[in-house]
Write a protein that binds this ligand. Structure first.
Ligand SMILES: Cc1cc2nc3c(=O)[nH]c(=O)nc-3n(C[C@H](O)[C@H](O)[C@H](O)COP(=O)(O)OP(=O)(O)OC[C@H]3O[C@@H](n4cnc5c(N)ncnc54)[C@H](O)[C@@H]3O)c2cc1C
Length: 137
């Protein structure tokens, strides 16, 4: 990726095969990997994140996990999932903290993500399949 040779407002991407693509800007979609070393060292089950139940409990009754790093059963999606969103980190943590204190209320939120991208507020509720129908309002 480099500055465009003739246009200061553009960039030029050069691909492995030598072809180039000029663009106004580039978005780096890097992703993340859950940091599970501590849980692995503790002997807790890890499989795309720390495996927990509806209360954030791992297979070691003394250890709980929540947020980005936790792979939990989603009552809504009907499968295990590891979510990377602010709302999940907060609300799963509330369920885990309650369970630690002896109040067992399963974490069963519908996955919800929001973000502000410049002047656009983006909200995603549920699970968006690849073939979802797009409606622009
Ligand atoms: C660039 C970016 C943009 C994002 N934008 C949005 C958005 O618009 N909307 C949204 O909903 N979500 C967004 N997210 C996701 C959101 O930030 C995360 O889902 C949320 O912060 C997860 O919270 P968490 O507490 O689970 O993990 P984290 O916030 O990652 O906190 C984990 C903490 O644990 C610490 N830690 C790790 N290992 C150890 C260890 N061994 N010992 C001690 N401490 C340790 C880490 O240093 C870190 O401070 C964004 C994330 C990124 C990176």
């Amino acid at each position: 990726l480099e500055d465009h040779p003739n246009d200061a407002n553009r960039i030029r991407a050069t691909f492995a095969d030598g072809s180039t693509l000029d663009a106004d800007f580039a978005v780096a979609g890097i992703g993340l990997a859950p940091h599970t070393a501590l849980a692995e060292a503790a002997g807790v089950k890890v499989e795309d994140g720390i495996v927990v139940d509806h209360f954030g409990a791992t297979d070691d009754p003394r250890i709980f996990a929540c947020g980005d790093v936790a792979n939990h059963p989603s009552a809504w999606l009907k499968r295990r999932v590891r979510l990377e969103s602010w709302a999940n980190a907060q609300n799963q943590a509330i369920a885990a903290a309650k369970a630690l204190l002896g109040t067992f209320e399963p974490y069963a939120d519908i996955p919800w993500f929001w973000s502000d991208q410049y002047d656009v507020n983006l909200q995603i509720l549920g699970d968006i399949p690849a073939d979802a129908q797009l409606a622009v309002r």
